[in-house]
Write a protein that binds this ligand. Sequence first.
Ligand code: GDD
Ligand code: MN
Length: 353
Amino acid sequence: MPTFNEADNIARLIGRLAETLAGIEWEAVVVDDQSPDGTAEVVRRIARTDRRVRILKRMGRRGLSSACLEGMLATAAPNIAVIDADFQHDEALLPDMLKALRSEGLDLVVGSRFIAGGGTGTWSAQRLKASRLASWVSHLLVDVDLKDPMSGYFMIRRDAMEPAIPHVSGVGFKILLDLVASSPRPLKFRELPYEFRERQAGESKLDLLTAWQFLMMLWDKRLGHMVPARFVSFSLVGAVGVLVHFVILSLLFRTFGAAFVLSQAAAAIGAMTGNFLLNNLLTYRDQRLHGRQMLRGWVTFTLACSVGAVANVGVAAALFRGDVGWFLSALAGVVVGAVWNYAVTAFYTWGRG
Ligand code: GDD
Ligand code: MN
């Protein structure tokens, strides 16, 4: 069970599990990413008297997919289910999932909203559309025949999961799709219908920006072996930065008549700051910096990119002197600068460097 701020749901859900799974041997692993509402403490209190319950608390990291993965890897159980902690997934389906897994020789059972008997309850037309769009995109890019590839509710055999683990992306929030697409052999699966319920206490953690993470995960699955999705995201943000640069420059220099060098410097700082914020929001959403970390992040990012700019110009100048055409020289400079910026900021700005 992945949790972020589910203190008001988790105890009741564990209670419900105990009822639903009566007669079955089970353990619950709650993976919490430092929820400020004290979810981990609630689980710890239960775990002190119930050994079937465990808490895995992760520090300085966020992300639904990676939380699910780490939880799945933390148990020795032969069959592993992933279920949200907000009651949206119907826990009463778990025994049926297990029965199907065992009796039909399946690798995977998926809780599905989009087959007969399933449903999305009170979803708005807009959310339905978004879900459909995401399913459609994933069908385009990843070869899986699931009616509900966006589902986050499933049960998988450990021996079917393990071979996929080295290939998963772990970025974003679509762990099922990631696992299925990463499996070296096609998984034998079945979908079981359930009605997606209203969230109980608290609020959803997934917003529009997680769509970016979804695309990154799909890129990783399709093309990640050539260019990592994070680098693509970083480069796209960089391209936006060029636009930002020119907007600031033309405002200061053309509209307000400031000196060129001053305008150019301000534009560069503005663009770097914009890039830092965007990368923090999109590229490194799972390692996002907050509060006071932001200042250190901004300083390291700006320093790294300044050095990157010098390297960029140096490489381009050297090639140009060596009679490589202006375009290729410039391109090589840009690539070297981008790779430098990416590698250094991955380590110093968003890593634990
Ligand atoms: N550890 C951890 N870290 N848990 C998280 C994080 C995180 O960064 N973000 C969300 N969670 C937990 C929540 O606490 C909840 O238990 C579960 O993951 C799902 O998060 P919600 O915020 O409730 O997401 P949702 O309701 O919008 O999305 C759900 O519906 C999708 C189907 O439309 C998720 O279940 C998706 O997996 C599912 O595909
Ligand atoms: Mn939810």
